[in-house]
Design a protein around this ligand. Sequence first.
Ligand code: WQD
Length: 334
Amino acid sequence: MKIFVTGGAGFIGSHTCVELLNAGYEVVIADNLSNAKPEAVENIQKISGKPVVFYKTDLRDLEGMRKIFTEHDIDAVIHFAGLKAVPESVQKPLEYYENNLGGTFVLCQAMREAGCRKIVFSSSATVYGMHNPVPFKEGMPTSATNPYGYTKVMIEQILTDLALADPQWSVSLLRYFNPIGAHSSGLIGEDPNGIPNNLLPYVSQVAAGLRPEVVVYGNDYDTPDGTGVRDYIHVVDLALGHLSAVKYVLEHTGVEAVNLGTGQGTSVLEIVAAYSKACGKELPYRIAPRRPGDIATCYADTEKARRLFGWEAKRNIEQMCADSWNFAKNRYIK
Ligand code: WQD
């Protein structure tokens, strides 16, 4: 079985490729490397001991996509490729809609021409918006508070309508909560370009001495310690969830939205404490005003993933911080 992974050199994509290879699938990757490094492809092969086929190409290049489907008999697609920085999407909405939606249109056209109608889409818990009660459940209404979030809502709708129009399609919409951590080898992990928007890469850079302190966005939320609560999930658990989703789409048709989370909430200050323990030093932090668009609490209802995929997350916060720190040491401390 051969799986085409768009954005396969990225944080979640690279971890998923490792688990696909470990499970015996062949893997073809397309990535424009706009937010990933070429050595990620080498490291995927080093960790798994197996070869991958890599195309440095942009999803919006229809001829490039057609070439991949001509050169390979693809059984299913996992679609990670897309811009994902919330603040940047507010500054550059046109680029976000053009890139994320345009790339998906081209991908689906190339898939349909090749007769490949099995897709796992990298969606996000961000589609639950600001007004749903926790724990977030798949049947809840979706919305967004920024262009990045709206691209996820819209692509879910596009793929849903595609599956309704042509029942041969099999679509799995995976709604990730907060992926963190790294493969135990320390060879692949979260390594964003520029100043990290997300908490864990920022904390890991403070721990590595690249930044002076953690900036905690608000401690006046209605949460146990006043700081934001999120459902952090180990990226390897998330990768294994994609393996379950690929098996599911290969054996079924129709469209299913599925949460990939732990169902547990952890606050920012709890993360700072856990990371301090993992790296063996008290990490400095300061309280700053809330970040616009943030919600107080976000965590998953995990029943559907267990029922449909037979999957659940197994790694805890301590393991996530230990693996994240192991990668950060390799990446930043020479
Ligand atoms: C987590 C918590 C912040 C940074 C976003 C996207 C989501 C997904 C994951 C792509 C919040 C606080 C953060 C910092 C802080 N991305 N924080 N200081 O916002 O839950 O989700 O990333 O799919 O779609 O929306 O993740 O890591 O940015 O924030 O205090 O320097 O940490 O306020 O409470 P978020 P995050």
